[in-house]
Design a protein around this ligand. Structure first.
Ligand code: PLP
Length: 383
């Protein structure tokens, strides 16, 4: 094994005090998880109605500083509804970044819209305000209050930046640009619960944002998601449409539009409430781990990704930058063979078969990162 990789393996084993397989990210259930889930089962209210759903929503609203939070069955469904209610309709286009999880683009497509890709910044791995501004300036025109893509003639309705691996992107600049071009800002904050920029939680810079509570995220509900917003009418519609658009009535089934069965079950929310209680501890541990990595990698040839000035990352998944594709492959092979899980970033969205013909700005930073980024073990250490 390459001596640098050997030292990294040694460091990670010492960090996690383990000689066994070290996963990339394992959930931690050290609080009231069993008690709340058991209580939920005993109450018989295991589906979409119950006190834990409301409580979980309140906890997320409080932590993020958003006025309203609406719990859903997944981060993907949260994004679908967020985009739909932001006004994304069939035939529209939505600007996003190519370096993201496929759910971002799938949700755009569920609305009948197509993604348009702008580049990311190398230091945040999130949407580049410069690339966004350049694309909008050179390729769009304003028609009334609409932003029209001059190449395709289609309406661009929203922009979806993503806070990659928990590192906040330059979201204040992106919000300014969206306002300037009449575009709705929908943050995919799936990976960034607990992250903030200039003292404001990620997901609170635009109309709305979404989180994911999948098993590998910072906290988990098994599967789950959340929409947050400060807009009362938006929140009301989001709650309505995610619960089959059922009009409140003591016994009759009246639905006033096509709705979705997207509401988070109480059973999942029970787990979520317990996880939210432990969130501060999880974040503290993740920051300590990131600091230890930063210190270690400052004495190694590899670059460790850190939060930019004014940003506070939750350090959901720690990431290092390798020299090139070849050294990345060697790194992945050696660490995984040694029982230390490491993983490359996603294939770029614009290279997947479904999105291959989507319009792209110059994506050289995304390409550069895709060839070099590797995630390394990042589980919180709490007992
Ligand atoms: C996890 C994730 C989602 C949503 O995932 P679900 O599995 O549907 O909860 C969306 N976007 C990004 C960037 C993600 O990492």
């Amino acid at each position: 094994m390459n001596t640098t990789h050997h030292a990294i393996c040694h460091f990670i084993r010492a960090l996690y005090q383990s000689s066994e397989f070290i996963p990339l990210h394992a959930p931690k259930f050290t609080g009231n998880e069993k008690a709340y889930v058991t209580d939920c089962i005993e109450s018989t209210f295991v589906s979409s109605i119950g006190k834990y759903v409301d409580q979980f929503e309140q906890m997320v609203a409080q932590t993020t500083g958003a006025k309203y939070a609406i719990a859903t069955v997944s981060g993907t469904t949260a994004l679908h509804i967020a985009l739909k209610l932001a006004g994304v309709t069939a035939g529209d286009e939505v600007i996003t970044q190519p370096l993201t999880f496929v759910a971002t683009c799938n949700a755009i497509q569920y609305c009948g819209a197509r993604p348009v890709f702008v580049d990311v910044d190398r230091d945040t791995m999130g949407m580049s305000p410069a690339s966004l501004l350049s694309f909008l300036t050179n390729h769009t025109r304003q028609s009334g209050t609409e932003c029209i893509n001059r190449t395709t003639g289609k309406k661009i309705s929203a922009v979806v930046p993503m806070h990659t691996f928990g590192l906040p992107c330059r979201i204040d600049k992106i919000a300014e640009i969206c306002a300037q071009f009449n575009l709705q800002l929908v943050e995919d904050a799936a990976e960034s619960l607990g992250s903030s920029y200039r003292g404001k939680h990620t997901g609170t810079f635009g109309l709305c944002a979404t989180f994911s509570f999948n098993g590998n995220k910072t906290i988990t509900t098994g599967g789950g998601g959340m929409i947050i917003t400060n807009d009362a009418a938006f929140a009301k519609r989001a709650r309505h449409i995610t619960t089959t658009a059922k009009v409140p009535h003591p016994y009759e089934f009246i639905h006033d539009e096509i709705g979705y069965n997207y509401r988070m079950p109480n059973l999942n929310a029970a787990l979520g409430c317990a996880q939210m209680e432990v969130l501060p501890k999880i974040l503290k541990s993740k920051r300590e781990i990131a600091l230890a990595y930063a210190d270690f990698f400052s004495r190694s040839p590899l670059h460790f990704m850190e939060e930019i000035t004014h940003a506070r990352s939750n350090y959901w998944l720690n990431a290092v930058i390798l020299d090139n594709r070849v050294t990345r492959e060697e790194f992945l092979k050696e660490l995984n063979t040694a029982g230390i899980m490491s993983r490359p970033a996603w294939h770029l969205m614009n290279e997947l078969v479904m999105f291959r013909d989507c319009q792209c700005a110059d994506l050289s930073n995304a390409k550069w990162l895709e060839e070099r980024v590797v995630n390394i073990p990042s589980s919180a250490k709490i007992t």
